[in-house]
Design a protein around this ligand. Structure first.
Ligand code: G3P
Ligand code: MG
Length: 251
């Protein structure tokens, strides 16, 4: 476990998922326009092991494609539209590569939580490929990124490939063996479902020097409550609204 660093308070979830299509470059631009300092997005691999931004295992909810993304090549996935489902004004958005995403983050000055979202069976490859790429391409002008995942195997592979990158374990409720798990993976942070935050356990986590982030918080009053309990940061689909509700202590 590393020492606590300073984290942003409100992180744009999947970009700014309520006002632009999730996990797209338009979404990152929107998040920056709303004033956030950090965003979160989901990364997985194509059949040809290119890292792309996509939340679901399959393409249909957020693109014009169909089926598992892990079975298609990057070129095939690039032929689909990733914005039209959200609104006609976003027609033409493509599924971004991680490389172009990092370039845009640098241009916008946005920090990021990079969530490893492996397809079934691709935990190791996803952790390895994404960590290598982030380690190689992350601009020195940005705050160091945080790699997160629900999949311990992906985090272990990321650690082996780029031990210098900070890691976070994603969970629903806090697992009984959290101490051992975060120690085994060398995580500095635990990311919890905001509906399952327990104050007593939270005090144990922060007391152990872990940063605690909560997802997904779209009500300012709830964010305020979580911060008063000791949560370090929240992921929000509407980071502007949540930050505005926090007043001067916002983003
Ligand atoms: O990283 C926090 C949050 O994004 C985890 O849940 O399903 O939105 O990726 P999900
Ligand atoms: Mg996510």
């Amino acid at each position: 476990m590393t020492g606590k660093r300073r984290w942003p308070r409100v992180i744009g979830h999947r970009g700014a998922a309520l006002s632009a299509p999730e996990n797209t470059l338009a979404g990152l631009r929107e998040a920056a326009a709303l004033g956030v300092a950090w965003v979160e997005f989901d990364v997985r691999l194509t059949r040809d092991e290119r890292a792309i931004l996509l939340h679901d295992d399959t393409l249909e909810r957020t693109t014009t494609g169909r089926g598992p993304a892990s079975l298609l090549s990057f070129e095939e996935i690039r032929s689909f539209d990733a914005g039209a489902w959200f609104g006609a004004e976003f027609r033409g958005e493509r599924v971004p590569s991680l490389e172009e995403t990092i370039e845009l983050l640098a241009e916008l000055g946005l920090g990021a939580v990079v969530e490893l979202k492996p397809a079934p069976g691709a935990q190791e490859a996803t952790g390895r490929v994404v960590a290598r790429l982030v380690a190689k391409r992350w601009p020195a002008s940005l705050p160091p990124p945080l790699l997160s995942s629900f999949k311990p195997e992906a985090l272990a592979a990321a650690r082996a490939a780029a031990p210098e990158l900070e890691r976070a374990l994603l969970v629903g409720a806090v697992p009984r063996g959290w101490r051992e798990q975060v120690a085994a993976l060398g995580c500095c942070s635990l990311h919890l479902d905001q509906r399952r935050v327990d104050r007593a356990v939270l005090a144990e986590l922060t007391g152990a020097g872990l940063a605690v982030f909560a997802y997904t918080v779209n009500l300012p009053e709830r964010a305020q409550q979580l911060f008063s309990w000791g949560v370090d940061a929240v992921f929000s689909d509407c980071p502007d609204r949540v930050a505005a509700g926090l007043g001067a202590r916002g983003i």
